[in-house]
Design a protein around this ligand. Structure first.
Ligand code: ZN
Length: 255
């Protein structure tokens, strides 16, 4: 069965700013979707959702039938309804993978999952960025080299206010001197989370083949394992495996 992917995009800049529209005429979500489809083919079923659709395109049915969600937001994080954030959050805990891209570090869903402020330093000076791989055995780095170089990027710098990642995959160096943990993973409940910092909207970063490869690898890595009876029923009250020699009364009223 293909991995069911939903790419969520704020999709405002592309409609209001000519520079951004020229780089992403069909929206960032469609550029990313085409790149993932080109690499993973029939292994993925790709759909998109955007902020201005009813329920931001993330109805309960859409969320329930998503294995991996990608999230790109920037200027309108506060317009995302809390009810939808909670819906996505609960789905991650049940096993959906979530890829949080670039300025989505400040999205409600990422902050909800991390439990920290998720702030960082930033500078928009079209400077050089080298994204260094620090975990070459990780599946997210498959097919990629020691580093990915971007001629023009937005600087994101430390301190990045996140919980210590379960895995650090990429660290960025910027021409101006800063460094940044730009590829990080966490587990939340039964779901995986991958933050990837590349992707400022006024630079053609999602057209870069290496960046596209990281995202495609990320989709594969985030996909949940096939459901097992244990995973589905883990919350049920267990029957003892062996007799319990209890010699005191259980007070049922406390349950
Ligand atoms: Zn940016």
């Amino acid at each position: 069965m293909p991995i069911r992917v939903t790419i969520w995009n704020e999709f405002r800049h592309e409609k209001t700013n000519e520079t951004i529209r020229n780089i992403y005429p069909d929206g960032i979500h469609n550029t990313i979707g085409a790149a993932v489809k080109q690499r993973l083919g029939d292994a993925v079923d790709i759909n998109s959702a955007t902020l201005d659709e009813p329920e931001h395109g993330l109805t309960q049915d859409v969320v329930d039938h998503t294995d991996v969600m990608l999230w790109w937001g920037h200027a309108a994080h506060q317009e995302v309804a809390d009810e939808i954030v909670e819906r996505v959050y609960r789905r991650v805990l049940k096993g959906m993978g979530l890829m949080v891209l670039h300025s989505s570090h400040y999205s409600k869903i990422f902050k909800r999952l991390m439990g920290t402020d998720c702030g960082l330093l930033w500078r928009e000076a079209a400077e050089r960025e080298r994204i260094w791989c620090v975990n070459p055995g990780h599946p997210i780095t498959n097919g990629l080299g020691a580093y990915i170089e971007l001629d023009h990027s937005e600087m994101y710098g430390e301190h990045f206010d996140i919980p210590t990642p379960d895995e650090l995959i990429y660290i960025s160096w910027f021409e101006g001197g800063e460094v940044f943990r730009t590829g990080c993973t966490w587990t939340r409940g039964k779901g995986r989370v991958f933050y990837f910092g590349a992707g400022h909207e006024t630079f053609p970063i999602y057209h870069n083949a290496d960046i596209q490869q990281v995202i495609a690898n990320g989709v594969q890595w985030l996909a949940p394992a096939p459901a097992s009876p244990y995973r589905e029923n883990a919350a049920h009250a267990p029957v003892p495996l062996s007799p319990i020699a209890g010699d005191h009364e259980v007070d049922e009223s406390i349950h």
